[in-house]
Design a binder for this molecule. Structure first.
Ligand code: CP
Length: 320
């Protein structure tokens, strides 16, 4: 694996999950693999889980780690070619990425969308330029349109906790929020679950109010409904997440009442486990009674971010 930006970069999902669960059993089994290798983590946006879990994953593999909060500590970056840099930008992505590639064997990058111009965000212009100019393997720490380390951790969590004989019914359920959030997490979750469904691992449903449909590029084979109760009926896993509109790009639209998951709604599920990538706004996006109750998997899921990152870094180190 020489880059990890989407499920399409993974040769064998089952093997990657197996690797992650083996690392969870024996975190230090490969503690010399990363000796004298350096991981650079570059953040243009805030993070708790991604930052700490990826750093810990690299340390478990014996790597050195450097973290750069580019938005606060770096020079203002220019991404456009052919411009005279006589404005506020100080350094071009061509030089900045190339220089970071000189210091690091693997780089991680987080760069959120601006949610203004859909094509600009979904073309992943900044991300792709970073990959092109740094000249070392790159791990996505969340891009404009995807968050693959999160989705891998989510799939690991489902694989690890599912004890049923039949395939689990997994539901991605839109939830309310006051801010316009990116589609990266639900896009990525949908992409990974659609892939898992195509491999016979689970059945996948998405529910959202009208106007919040995700780009079809990420949802092949998913059952899609505007009826939350229909989606929840018989569900084994509910992945709760807010996202802003893709169609009316970046907008928060009006929606009917009843989209926040609570214990009453859980009654129509198959005693479903509830997941969320975190951070979560309590009693707006997801009820406290669920977060604090026995059906919540959110902390377990966040814990698995470590093993997802370690499995990906291990595969990358093996190919250096
Ligand atoms: N889920 C997630 O990516 O968390 P952070 O934004 O805190 O890294």
């Amino acid at each position: 694996m020489n880059q990890f930006t989407s499920v399409n970069d993974v040769q064998d999902i089952n093997q990657l999950i197996k690797d992650a669960l083996a690392l969870k059993e024996s975190p230090y089994a490969h503690q010399y693999l990363g000796k004298n290798k350096t991981l650079g983590l570059v953040f243009l946006n805030p993070s708790l889980r991604t930052r700490l879990s990826t750093q810990k994953a690299a340390l478990n593999l014996g790597m050195n780690v450097m973290v750069m909060n580019m938005d606060k500590e770096g020079w203002a970056l220019e991404t456009q070619d052919g411009v005279v840099m006589n404005g506020t930008t100080v350094e071009h992505i061509r030089e900045a990425a190339a220089v970071m590639g000189q210091y690091c064997d693997i780089l991680g990058l987080r760069s959120f969308p601006k949610l203004v111009n859909r094509d600009e965000d979904y073309n992943e212009d900044f991300f792709n330029k970073f990959i092109k100019y740094c000249n070392v393997p790159v791990v996505s720490l969340e891009s404009a349109a995807r968050h693959p380390l999160q989705s891998l951790a989510d799939l690991i969590t489902i694989r690890e906790t599912w004890k049923g004989a039949a395939k689990p019914k997994v539901v991605l359920a839109w939830a309310p929020h006051i801010k316009a959030l990116p589609q990266a997490v639900p896009n990525s979750f949908a992409e990974w679950m659609s892939k898992a469904q195509s491999l016979g691992m689970l059945d996948f449903t998405i529910s959202q109010p009208k106007g919040y449909e995700l780009s079809e590029e990420f949802t092949p084979g998913a059952h899609i409904t505007h009826d939350l109760d229909e989606a929840l009926t018989g569900a084994d896993y509910i992945y709760v997440k807010n996202w802003s509109s893709y169609k009316e790009y970046g907008k928060v639209l009006t929606y009917p009442e009843g989209w926040m998951l609570n214990n009453e709604k859980l009654k129509i599920t198959n005693d479903a486990k509830v997941m969320h990538c975190l951070p979560v706004r309590r009693d707006l996006e997801l009820s406290s009674e669920i977060l604090d109750g026995p059906n919540s998997l959110v902390i377990h899921e966040a814990g698995n971010r470590l093993w997802a990152a370690q499995a990906v870094l291990k595969q990358m180190l093996e190919q250096l």
